[in-house]
Design a protein around this ligand. Structure first.
Ligand SMILES: Nc1ncnc2c1ncn2[C@@H]1O[C@H](COP(=O)(O)OP(=O)(O)OP(=O)(O)O)[C@@H](O)[C@H]1O
Ligand SMILES: [Mg+2]
Length: 365
């Protein structure tokens, strides 16, 4: 079932939680809503589910307006961050719950319920836990049971609100791979809320980046990573260095270095920001006359295949905002060893690749 979100706005008192949000989710797609705490992810999910009403706008399921369709009739499965399993029921009964409370005419027989629940528990690979109680499960197992319970009523839409948020990093990672495989098997149209960039990029077909109640960018994981549409998206997805400077005539002057910037050939002495990923910065030992940012290698963390470096620019200039901030660089550990650098050395840093935004790009209405 496809979902169309049309011009949804929602206000709590004076606070605008969602501002004119529109988005199409294709049938069978897995979309991640990604954004910082308080940006409106849960509010949007609750409006889609029918647990909350929007001030303006509408939600369409397969082209039909759901405004007057009750939560119970929307055929939506829900999984929340904090597993809400019924404590006094076994795993089996938790998963069976949605089927047992159906109106008599639609309710499957006991034998059908048993078969269905057994299938679902196999699907989430926990059939051996059927007789346990929630308190006897690990957090990750509980989330998988919560998902099995949501799937029991064969929802047309699955809404997942930080389902793995309360779990530790390793379990989260396992579960998100598992969720992706499960989705590939079932193809239920799913919206997955997270504020973890890695999780969104790894799991979703498309990522929707939200900031302050507005969509900043929609795209495939690769698109939002490679071509961030705004400074916000750049900063939110992954580590990034920010340099301040001025753009003029197709070039940007930043903290003692010059970058070509043909996309801003029209800019005339405009304020500019350049975003550079740590692995797009070249680091070489200082040699007199070298061009680039002269800095002290203040810290080098070499764990595994990557060397993560912190560089402190030596010529910080109080008139130049940001010129005193630490630059993060990353290079292969072997390359770092070959350079023969150690903490305290003077180095030269040169961005290989930068994304430049001039002032008008980042002034939002
Ligand atoms: N019932 C409510 N009454 C008043 N304000 C609310 C209500 N629900 C949400 N808000 C506010 O709306 C904003 C968006 O909340 P929402 O729960 O959608 O954020 P979120 O993106 O899910 O954040 P998180 O990642 O922390 O879960 C927040 O500033 C929140 O305080
Ligand atoms: Mg939330």
């Amino acid at each position: 079932m496809s979902i169309e979100i049309r011009n949804i706005s929602k206000q709590f008192g004076d606070f605008r939680a969602l501002r004119d949000v529109s988005l199409d989710v294709d049938s069978g797609e897995l979309v991640a809503l990604l954004g910082p705490s308080g940006c409106g992810k849960t509010t949007l999910l609750r409006i889609i589910a029918g647990l909350e009403t929007a001030d303006t706008g509408s939600i369409l399921f397969s082209g039909e307006d759901t405004t007057d369709v009750h939560v119970r009739e929307r055929q939506v499965g829900f999984v929340f961050q904090h597993y809400a399993l019924f404590r006094h029921m076994t795993v089996f009964e938790n998963v069976a719950f949605g089927l047992r409370v159906k109106p008599r005419k639609e309710r499957p027989s006991d034998a059908q319920i048993k078969a269905k629940v057994t299938d679902l528990l196999k699907l989430v690979q926990l059939d051996w836990l059927a007789d346990r109680y929630p308190s006897q499960l690990s957090g990750g197992q509980r989330q998988r049971i919560a998902l099995a319970r949501a799937l029991a009523v064969e929802p047309k839409v699955l809404l997942l609100d930080e389902p793995f948020g309360a779990l530790d990093a390793k379990v989260r990672k396992e579960l998100r791979r598992w969720l992706r495989r499960l989705h590939d098997e079932l193809h239920v149209t799913s919206i997955f809320v997270t504020h973890d960039q890695e999780e969104a990029l790894e799991v979703a077909d498309r990522v929707v980046v939200i900031n302050k109640g507005q969509i900043e960018q929609v795209g495939s994981p690769q698109e939002v990573w490679d071509q961030p549409a705004s400074p916000f998206v750049y900063g939110f997805l992954g580590d990034v260095n920010l340099f301040h400077g001025r753009a003029d005539n197709g070039a940007v002057q930043l903290q003692g270095m010059r970058l070509e910037s043909p996309e801003h050939s029209g800019a005339r002495d405009a304020k500019a920001r350049a975003y550079v990923r740590p692995h797009d910065i070249d680091v070489t030992p200082y040699a007199s006359g070298a061009s680039g940012i002269v800095a002290t290698l203040s810290r080098a963390i070499v764990v595994g295949p990557i060397a993560r470096l912190e560089l402190e620019p030596t010529d910080s200039n109080p008139d130049n905002p940001g010129s005193g901030t630490i630059i993060e660089a990353q290079l292969p550990a072997q390359q770092f060893r070959d350079l023969g650098l150690k903490e305290g050395d003077t180095v030269v840093a040169n961005p290989r690749k930068a994304r430049v935004f001039v002032e008008e790009d980042w002034v939002s209405p």
